[in-house]
Design a protein around this ligand. Sequence first.
Ligand code: SF4
Length: 370
Amino acid sequence: MDYIQLPSHDEVVSDKNKFIDMFDLFYHNNDPISAKGLCQKVDSRYLIQNPPALYLNTQELDEVSALSYERDLHPYHQKEGKVKALETIKFSISTHQGCYGECSFCAISVHQGRTIRSRSEDSILKEAKLFTTYKDFKGIISDIGGPTANMYGYECTKKINKGTCEEKSCMFPTMCKSLKPTHQKQISLLRKVRDIPGIKKAFIASGVRYDLISDDKAYGYDYLKEIVNHHISGQMKIAPEHIDDEILGLMGKPGKQSLVDFKILFDRLNKESGKKQFLTYYLIAAHPGCEEKHMQNLKDFATNVLKMSPEQAQVFTPTPSTYSTLMYYTGLDPKTRKPLFVERDTLKKERQKEIVVAKKEPRFRSGFDS
Ligand code: SF4
């Protein structure tokens, strides 16, 4: 078996460009079909990372999903009281694994992989039916989804047979022509879940990639209509994270026009169905590269284009195995290797957040200094 030798531990500790070389090699050797093993000299010995095991196929995923899970707290811990988080996951269904979104701040493409592995419709419906046999099931499925809800049921043929492309992303900067998103299977699945006696509501709480919806000319519109009419209640959370092109580029996220198009479609569908539902947005402050001026752009866009005032934004938290964390640590743009502004001061990070969530003009906008 082929092994690639990474720059040595000593080299990557002392040279940030070598660190980026190492990360690139690590990142591009995560696919079970195409990955090579990695090795790295550490002091006088070698650290070896073998290539990942093959993914579970649909049949194997179905078998794992059909095991007799208790869906409850371990009896040993019952006396310590309720676990709130269990309410969110107890009656939720994971339809697939993997994500090819490759947002720079997210580690899922590394730890779950970029290839979608979907369960069969039959297996998912069986699980939904099983819920109705539980005494404490109130007819509500809290989520039918995965890392990204609308990646269920289709995948690029090249990726399945030969592994992921090394020098190309499936969705960034534009959708790869080989992907061909289709929401057909998801629509069929959701309708069948709704038809199960005892199911009153099945939410889609997992994130939805709106650019996949707009790229699916045949079923994207119908899919969103299904969601608006049946699978949300009052609000739908989406994750543009930012709107400034420079920051979106660093985040690996689609441009703001796809957000605008999606909002227009969402509002139109709500109007047609007589519902008063709205979008809420996940936003990130202080991502590497982001300065206060970028947050001000975001605030202006939210006010003038989205016509809303964000109530929440998350301060960027470096997560292991991501390009954003690589930027945070090295202070370099990994693609160009040029220096990148990184906000490291905790108070100034909070200030970036405050610009977006402030109800009035933030007091520090003109010359305030902490
Ligand atoms: S061909 Fe396109 S969709 Fe398929 S793995 Fe490569 S980049 Fe992704």
